[in-house]
Design a protein around this ligand. Sequence first.
Ligand code: NAP
Length: 312
Amino acid sequence: MSLIEHRQLIILGAGPAGLAAAIYGARAELKPLVITGMVLYGQASLTHTIENYPGFPKGIGGMELGQLFEEQAKAFGTDFLFDEVQAVDFSKHPYKVSVYGGDYTADALIIAMGAYAKKLGVPGENEFIGRGVSYCGTCDGWFYKDKDIHVVGGGDSALEEAIFLTRFAHSVTIIHRRDTLRAGAILENRARTNPKISFIFDTVVKEIRGTEGVEELMLENVKTGEVSKMPTDGLFVFIGHTPNTQLFEGKLEMEPDGTLRINSNMETSRKSVFAAGEIADSHYRQVVTSAGMGAAAAISATHCLETMSCGF
Ligand code: NAP
């Protein structure tokens, strides 16, 4: 495919990490190009209210925060391309980024492509996605008005989403594979005192059954081995995330948890290729930490471009 354009800095991904990198890169006059991928504003856009991003004491919608990031990045001279990265060629410098519309080259790259929700991997799951199986309360909660639904997971996401889903559902039952929650104390307390929420512990979902939509779950108690049927109107799965690294397998070094390996300058195993946000962090996974990583990656990229040390 023909080369469309060369840029000093290309940022892959338009979540908090990519957009913060764009603000910093643009303010350093690098005229960055953000290739957004198909999910603008990343996973933050799926969050109804973000209550812990500094500067918004009353909370802010995830989509709204993303729009503000974008507005700020554009104001300083960032360009946006709504397209999906197909391949990145690191074999020569400048690096080549191929999207559906053509090829771009860049002296420095910041990879901020985020992560996607993990699946249970049980029979019925794929079949009923969009018909009773969901990975996003903000997106799909409205469809479950006055319904009796189930949530899988015991972490902060599961509890936060379960609490959100009580706005719509008649009841929300959280199914967790252990008898203690992984979530923090504040969310645990909020969930345990919510009259619409109940818990089933030491239990996993073995199968999701239904006809037109989800109707019942086959559950297994992991301590007793007992198998039972549980009627349900819908199942929300919040069991963690997988970093979006498929394009970089065999090209960039990874950590054992599947994230991209970066050093303290946010640089990957290749020179002038930086990474930020959940593609390189499975631990903090906060909007503020991802944005901070994005800013740091842009500062490092600026340094390598200014000192002419960007390259192989
Ligand atoms: P997480 O902390 O990794 O929790 C995943 C949960 O799913 C765990 O309870 C885990 O069980 C369970 N699980 C994993 N695989 C499973 C499977 N195959 N079947 C059944 N259950 C399974 O993920 P997260 O809740 O998405 O949170 C990720 C990070 O984001 C955390 O650092 C969290 O603090 C942060 N976060 C923070 C907020 C907030 O501060 N408001 C909100 C959302 C997320 P085990 O406990 O047995 O491992």
